[in-house]
Design a binder for this molecule. Structure first.
Ligand code: MN
Length: 249
C-alpha cells in the first residue's frame, strides 16, 4: 500500500535520537506531521526545523506530566504563543503517578485555554488520561469552538463522552494502541468520519519491535479501514479532508 495523504497529528519528533532526520523523513515521505513538544523551551528548534518543510508543523506545549516542575516556564510559553498556531501537548493527567499535581495541572490548562481563546485561531492537541470529563468541562468553559479547535489525542473516554466531545466540535487523533483495545474500538466505530485524524504518539509507542515513526501511521489507516468496513483509500482521503477542514478558517 502507498496511501496518501498520511497524517500523524501527534508525534514527538524531538525525542527521536536524530531530531532533524526525523523531520526530514516526514518531509521526504510526505507525511503531514504535527511535532508536539512537552516544554515551551523545545518549541523554537522544532518550529525552525518545521518551517523549512511543507509537511511538518510544530506545536507549543506544556505537558501535564511536567507542569508541576515546569511552572516557571509559563512565561516562555506566553512569549511564544503569538507565533504558534499549533498548541500541544497540553491537557490533564489524573493517573495515579500524576494525581498529586492535578490542581496545578488544572490551573495551567485553564490558563492555556483562556490564552488560546483570547488569541483565537489556535489548534490544540490534548492529553486527557483518566480526565476526559474534566478536560471537556474545561474546554466548554474556556475555549468556545469559534475561538479555537481541539483535537483529543489518545482518547480513552466512554461513548457518551465521545458524543459530548463531538458536540463541542472536537476531532480525535487515533493511534495503533487505541485500536488494540475492544472498548476503544467500539468507541472509534461510533465516531463519524468527519472528526477522524490519525497519530502515532511516537516514540512512546512500539511498532514491529521498535519505536513507531510517522510513516507507520499507514498501518493505523489500514486498521481503521478494517474496523469501519471501508476502503483504506477512503479512510486516508477522509483524514486528508478532515485535516484540511481543521486548518481552514
Ligand atoms: Mn504525546
Amino acid at each position: 500500500m502507498n496511501l496518501r495523504p498520511l497524517v500523524d497529528f501527534h508525534c514527538h519528533l524531538d525525542l527521536y535520537p536524530d531530531h532533524a532526520a526525523a523531520v526530514n523523513e516526514c518531509e521526504r515521505l510526505g507525511v503531514f506531521t504535527l511535532a508536539v513538544t512537552t516544554t515551551p523551551r523545545a518549541w523554537p528548534r522544532n518550529h525552525q526545523l518545521a518551517s523549512a518543510t511543507r509537511h511538518v508543523r510544530a506545536a507549543l506545549g506544556l505537558h501535564p506530566q511536567l507542569v508541576q516542575e515546569r511552572a516557571q516556564e509559563f512565561s516562555i510559553w506566553d512569549e511564544y504563543l503569538p507565533r504558534a498556531r499549533y498548541i500541544g501537548e497540553v491537557g490533564l493527567d489524573a493517573s495515579p503517578r500524576f494525581y498529586s499535581s492535578l490542581d496545578t495541572q488544572k490551573l495551567a490548562f485553564e490558563r492555556i485555554l483562556r490564552a488560546c481563546a483570547r488569541a483565537g485561531g489556535k489548534i490544540l492537541t490534548i492529553h486527557s488520561v483518566r480526565s476526559v470529563a474534566m478536560v471537556l468541562n474545561m474546554l466548554e468553559a474556556h475555549l468556545p469552538a469559534s475561538r479555537g479547535k481541539a483535537v483529543l489525542h489518545w482518547f480513552t473516554g466512554t461513548k457518551a463522552e465521545a458524543r459530548r466531545a463531538l458536540d463541542l466540535g472536537c476531532y480525535f487523533s487515533i493511534n495503533s494502541r487505541m485500536l488494540e483495545n475492544d472498548r476503544h474500538r467500539a468507541t472509534i466505530v461510533s465516531l463519524p468520519n468527519e472528526c477522524l485524524l490519525t497519530e502515532t504518539d511516537g516514540p512512546f509507542v512500539q511498532f514491529e519491535g521498535r519505536p513507531v515513526r510517522p510513516p507507520d501511521v499507514e498501518a493505523t489507516v489500514m486498521a481503521l479501514a478494517r474496523l469501519r468496513s471501508a476502503e483504506p483509500a477512503f479512510i486516508s482521503a477522509t483524514i486528508g479532508r478532515n485535516l484540511k477542514s481543521l486548518l481552514s478558517d
